[in-house]
Design a protein around this ligand. Structure first.
Ligand code: TYD
Length: 142
């Protein structure tokens, strides 16, 4: 099973009045948007989103400022630096992720494939490891 995030470029329409970018469900991003939320006013040094989702997939854009999205599939950590609003990172389900290194006044836009459901969160890293390692072993430990 491939569990890796992907940077996705968005259209950028530039004219003398400024620039415009957009994304649509099942078009620039590979899922239907069910929910939108955003993260802002993050104090320096704070870390958000240390968890994985069982089902939800997400697309994250830095609408303003910059931050890093760090993913961890249980074996390898990868870092995606977001600092422009014309690209974002697609995060599949069952991939541990956190967001850190927020700049002053940064604004993280997140669209999700599901309604909010606390039961969809995997908040314990040990549980995440058991889930993904178990699956890689053919599901024996699930
Ligand atoms: P959470 O996803 O835990 O934030 P982070 O992982 O970035 O630290 O969400 C923080 C709180 O907000 C938590 O109590 C759940 C609530 N929440 C909603 O009610 N709806 C939502 O769509 C989201 C993302 C969070």
């Amino acid at each position: 099973m491939i569990r890796v995030a992907k940077l996705l470029d968005l259209p950028k329409i530039i004219d003398k009045r400024g620039s415009l970018s957009f994304f649509e469900s099942d078009n620039q991003i590979p899922f239907k948007i069910k929910r939108t939320y955003w993260i802002y006013d993050v104090p320096g040094g704070e870390v958000r989103g240390g968890h994985a989702y069982r089902e939800s997939v997400e697309f994250i854009v830095a609408l303003s400022g910059s931050f890093d999205v760090i993913t961890d599939d249980g074996s390898e950590e990868l870092s995606y630096h977001l600092n422009r609003s014309y690209y974002g990172v697609f995060v599949p389900n069952l991939l541990w992720r956190k967001m850190e290194n927020f700049s002053t006044n940064s604004l993280a836009l997140v669209v999700s494939s599901t309604d909010f459901n606390n039961g969809d969160y995997i908040r314990e890293y040990s549980e995440y490891l058991q889930l993904v390692k178990g699956k890689e072993d053919g599901g024996k430990r699930l």
